[in-house]
Design a protein around this ligand. Sequence first.
Ligand SMILES: Nc1ncnc2c1ncn2[C@@H]1O[C@H](COP(=O)(O)OP(=O)(O)OP(=O)(O)O)[C@@H](O)[C@H]1O
Length: 249
Amino acid sequence: MAEAVLETRDLRKAFGALQATDDVSISLRAGEIHAIIGPNGAGKSTLIAQISGALAPDAGQVVLDGRDVTGLPVQARARAGLARTFQISQLAMEDTVLQNVALGALGAQGRPFGMFRPVLRDRAIRDRAEAALERVGLSGQRAMRAAELSHGERRKLEVAVALTLEPRAFVMDEPMAGLGTEGSVQLTGFLDGLRAQAPILLVEHDMDAVFALADRVSVLVYGRVIASGTVGEIRRDKAVREAYLGDEA
Ligand SMILES: Nc1ncnc2c1ncn2[C@@H]1O[C@H](COP(=O)(O)OP(=O)(O)OP(=O)(O)O)[C@@H](O)[C@H]1O
């Protein structure tokens, strides 16, 4: 079995009496898409926040490439290769597509964002940004403002920003949110190809996308992983059908 690129080990987080993350151990292997699904309030966002470093767990570890990163802040984890894309876009909407990616490239070098505009004249940063745009198929839109892009293109731009960090693993929080059917189908195809670049831990409510993409699915309910397996195994799982999937399976 391929070694895990990203792992949580017995992660725990409580909010008062509520156990939002209850001994969660999941792994992400090279080349795979591992989907985390579950009902509202199951603890998916809380789990992702601990993986990305936004929230400190009460116990347990987050391990990236065999290295315990539990004590590292968000930026340091990002530089270590953990690329998180967000439910709410972090793009600078009034800046161009290229400027947005250059900002990411600048962050990748650990330089402050203040000197941003002149930095587009920096050849190395510009090249890195152009290469990332090429990889997501947005080179033709480089001079457009981010605000002018479709929702689906914005998701690709977020991935391009993440690619400047040469990520080892992607963590994606509901990338299909806000996309229509056609947009979801397109983004599904895009993510399918992206897994070769780096594996993807995917939190997603869109079951069509999950069933089409996931090599493995883990189901969270009340902070616990109640089942983990292939799409087929999860769709047949009685407890999962009762707790979450119902007729969708
Ligand atoms: N900062 C917080 N303080 C107190 N309770 C919280 C906090 N963040 C989350 N919770 C609670 O923890 C539980 C898990 O929430 P979380 O947002 O992680 O679920 P989720 O699976 O991401 O839900 P959704 O699918 O609706 O996004 C919920 O009961 C929520 O109310």
